[in-house]
Ligand binder design. Sequence first.
Ligand code: 5GP
Length: 188
Amino acid sequence: MIISGPAGSGKNTVAERLMEEFPNVERVLTSTSRPPRGQERDGADYNFLSPEEFEKKIKAGEFYEYAKIHERYYGTSKKSISDAFSKGGDLLLIIDVQGAKTWKKIAENNPELSGRLVTIFIVPPSLDELRSRLQGRGTETEAEIERRMKTAEDELLQTKYFDALIYSKSRDEDYAALKKIYMHAKIS
Ligand code: 5GP
């Protein structure tokens, strides 16, 4: 399962709740070349790499997909997938729209994945609400918020590529919507 959505859409919050309720949901730890923010820890939130280390791994073919977002690299390493896969649960990836599109292509050509991948996009109530959520969390500078707002506008034009959309309301409502999608995907 892939969850995408603009920064501030609440995707991490609903994903964490899903993992609490369903311990067999295994989050895939992705890699980034951006520095840790706030309380983030290497190995828990991301594999934090230097830009040079990241580029080396790209050249070595270590990623299934990677994207450059806000001038930083983000990517899903082959190792992170096999690590999560070996635990035997349902894999959850929280990545951007480019990454979700790449995974859809991978799934089309992979009999084991096709028909099993579910991509979800969380649509914020409005751009104004998104901005105030970003300002409220206080982890980005104004310039970074502006950059994320621009990315959000672009991402909102690409919702048609997703299997399911969650129109963000309250945290509880968003979680209920995600849980419904997850339960449905599990039984079908
Ligand atoms: P942030 O810097 O706010 O943690 O993340 C910025 C964006 O990168 C978010 O949309 C996040 O979901 C996305 N992201 C995180 N890991 C990956 C990844 O492995 N691949 C891709 N394509 N996007 C990622």
